[in-house]
Design a binder for this molecule. Structure first.
Ligand SMILES: O=C([O-])C(=O)C[C@H](O)[C@@H](O)C(=O)[O-]
Ligand SMILES: [Mg+2]
Length: 430
């Protein structure tokens, strides 16, 4: 492939995918959630695909930036951030208010974070296309894999059996609203996918109930590393109480309390490691959090950090500062799972099984969705990401987006359909 191979077409396609009624501190997942699918096509007819958030602001930036890639060299990735940021500056981004919102439960919402998430989809698509042009897998383009399988953890959620209205998407997982329900869900995850570690999304019920669920999981799976993540819902004192009850049971507590300062106060008084995907989610948040030793484990996420190479950079920063690395996940499809798996395969010191929402999704836009064996996804050596876009499925899910009115993830609004008085909580909740 000549270095001058150029991009001939870029397609940015919003879709709505079905999502089960998973509970978190902000509310409950809506029946449908938006994603953005990016495809680049080279002048040689090779295609590359990427995936990111589909909420209005991300989509607006992606749609503004997409056409600018046409005519650019396929190998030009280093200026993506500057170019996407410039595109973002030209459009109206309506909802930047530096508050925590549901579409990611990712700490303060800033323009830089939006830009990173958009960059990630284009970077992955460019790497995928480059892989097809060269015959190399994405992990090789990132320096090569150091493992043949990437381990994921079973991501447990409190959940309702069904969304409230007839005709909304259904699955057969049933409700999980107490420790027995959580253990049954974990058992099904273990039987079906072989997961050997579990994360419970907390913040849905009082901490004592969630601690009881983690103890029940420990009893049922004594060797499994366990995590509990209330997305910052607890006060410092509550976090310390929970930490004391879960020492020796959990491998880490994820964002027990909100913000670097409070996390540091908890970290100073427990030996249980604290992990975050809320207070260290962009480079400018690193110095203060590391100086205060507020976190011991950083959850990478290539959507947050601006792509696969940025994730490798984050790994180097964590290594330098003696921090461990794990991986966060939001609702995502197989394109992102492929990207997560390729980058995870290249990071020597990925210390924990990665999170993934993928087992909760019943739809996808790739022709052969991944399978989990022993909780792991095989690292493919096929060119690019090693996946193929399912164009019929993409068209169907895009049609749903065109016909529907969901444009943003809003877990509080979804909760209000069942509990009209529900408000997004003020923190700490407990
Ligand atoms: O903190 C986390 O792990 C997440 O925010 C992951 C997801 O966003 C999860 O909380 C969700 O979708 O409800
Ligand atoms: Mg988290």
């Amino acid at each position: 492939m000549p270095e001058s191979t150029r991009i001939a077409e870029v397609h940015v396609t919003p879709i709505l995918i079905s999502d089960p009624p998973l509970l978190n501190v902000q509310g409950v997942h809506q029946p449908y959630t938006p994603r953005t699918i990016v495809e680049v096509v080279t002048e040689n007819g090779m295609s590359g695909i990427g995936e990111t958030y589909g909420d209005t602001d991300y989509l607006t930036i992606a749609q503004a930036f997409g056409p600018e890639l046409v005519g650019r060299p396929l190998t030009a990735r280093n200026d993506l951030f500057a170019r996407v940021a410039a595109a973002a500056a030209e459009v109206d981004i309506a909802r930047i208010d530096n508050t925590v919102v549901a579409e990611g439960l990712r700490g303060a919402r800033t323009e830089v974070k939006l830009v990173h998430s958009v960059v990630s989809a284009f970077e992955v698509a460019l790497l995928d296309a480059l892989g097809h042009e060269t015959g190399l897998p994405v992990h090789a383009l990132l320096g090569g894999k150091v493992r043949d399988r990437v381990e994921y953890s079973g991501y447990l959620f409190y959940r309702w059996a069904a969304h409230p209205l007839p005709g909304e998407p259904e699955d057969d997982w049933g409700a999980a609203l107490d420790p027995a329900g959580v253990v049954a869900q974990a058992q099904r995850f273990a039987d079906r996918y072989g997961f050997r570690s579990f994360k419970l999304k907390g913040g849905a019920f009082a901490p004592e109930q969630e601690v009881a669920a983690v103890h029940a999981l420990h009893e049922a799976f004594p060797d499994a590393p366990l995590r509990l993540d209330p997305n910052g819902a607890w006060s410092v004192e509550t976090s310390l109480r929970v930490a004391a009850e879960l020492e020796g049971v959990a491998e880490y507590l994820e964002d027990p309390t909100a913000g670097t300062e409070q996390m540091a106060r908890v970290a100073a008084r427990t030996s249980l490691p604290l992990a975050t995907n809320m207070c260290v989610t962009a480079l400018d948040e690193v110095p203060a959090a590391f100086a205060a030793d507020a976190v011991q484990v950083v959850l990478s996420d290539h959507h947050y950090w601006g792509g696969l190479r940025a994730t490798q950079d984050l790994a180097a920063i964590c290594r330098t500062h003696g921090k461990q690395l794990s991986m966060h996940s939001n609702t995502h499809l197989g394109i992102s799972l492929a990207a997560m798996t390729h980058v995870a395969a290249t990071i020597p010191d990925l210390d924990h099984a990665c999170d993934t929402h993928r087992p909760w999704q019943t739809e996808d836009v790739i022709t052969a969705p991944h399978t989990f064996r022993d909780g792991c996804v095989e690292v493919t050596d096929a060119p690019g990401l090693g996946i193929e876009l399912d164009r019929d499925s993409l068209a169907r899910l895009h049609r749903r987006w065109l016909d529907g009115d969901v444009r943003d993830r809003d877990d509080a609004a979804a909760m209000r359909r069942v509990c009209p008085e529900w408000q997004a909580p003020s923190f700490p909740v407990w």
